[in-house]
Design a protein around this ligand. Sequence first.
Ligand code: HEM
Ligand code: CA
Ligand code: CA
Length: 299
Amino acid sequence: LSFDFYATSCPTAEIIVKNTVREASSLDPTLPGKLLRLVFHDCFVEGCDASILLQGNGTERSDPANSFLGGFSTIDSAKRVLEFFCPGTVSCADILALAARDAVEFAGGPSVQVPTGRRDGRISLASNVRPNIIDTSFTMDQMLKIFSAKGLSLDDLVTLSGAHTIGSAHCNAFMDRFKVDSKGNFTLIDSSLDREYAAQLTKRCPGGAAATSPTTDNDPETPSLFDNQYYKDLLAHKGLFQSDSVLVSDKRTISKVQNFANNQDSFFESWEQSFLRLTSIGVKIDNEGEVRQLCAVVN
Ligand code: HEM
Ligand SMILES: [Ca+2]
Ligand SMILES: [Ca+2]
């Protein structure tokens, strides 16, 4: 990968992606979160190779763990423009990494220079999703095991979890942390969650209707701003997922959380490094992959 990969073959590549993300985000403020989660779910399965974008029976996209992913149409739009100006040149994997980078910037986060040159993969299997994607119920050791397998550290886990400073979630991702009986009586199951916050969350999940339920902001304070508020939320026991709360209950990660909560610059600096590591996982180059014509299908 290199920073000037498309300098001669498609010098406007990054501008085209940025403009597409900018326009789409101004119409749909939920888009930045979707693009950011999309690159995470791409890179953790088969590397950053746009395997998540392939459609069809039994692909990664068809796994229930990926059912709430979004942002696909924005990637398709950017690809359409790029195929017009630079046919067969810019990979879907690069478009996705650049779009996620731009999404963070438009949400108020740091702008990161991202190297390009990723090729698109030809393999996308639902059976590869569960072993590689972290569930909210995982312990720190289970999370660390998956992160290590990707060449990422505990610090990367704390930093990249900061993505939950934007975006939203469906009830089934956090509903098991509390319980409401038929009489409306509320019981807190996970005591690492603030009681009042949990009581508010129950109102977002009426009757336990998980899939059809409305979404809840990941960061209750600044839901669409990419800032360090997520870490302040964690210290206030307002991490939405169990996997967020674990970051303050584990002595290996609490000091990093405190550091980021007190110092946004420190979070942003770490973000830049960790985001580069995330978007470099298992990249395919040259004939290890292809440049798809359409991001949803292999050539
Ligand atoms: C480490 C373990 C992680 C777990 C268990 C986890 C889990 C989840 C879950 C359950 C949701 C809600 C999905 C829904 O119901 O719609 C979510 C949302 C989100 N996640 Fe994570 N996540 C993790 C790490 C990450 C990382 C590393 C990133 C990116 C760098 C990320 C970015 C996001 C974003 C941006 C959203 C909001 C998506 C939207 O608004 O549509 N997450 N995550
Ligand atoms: Ca992938
Ligand atoms: Ca925020």
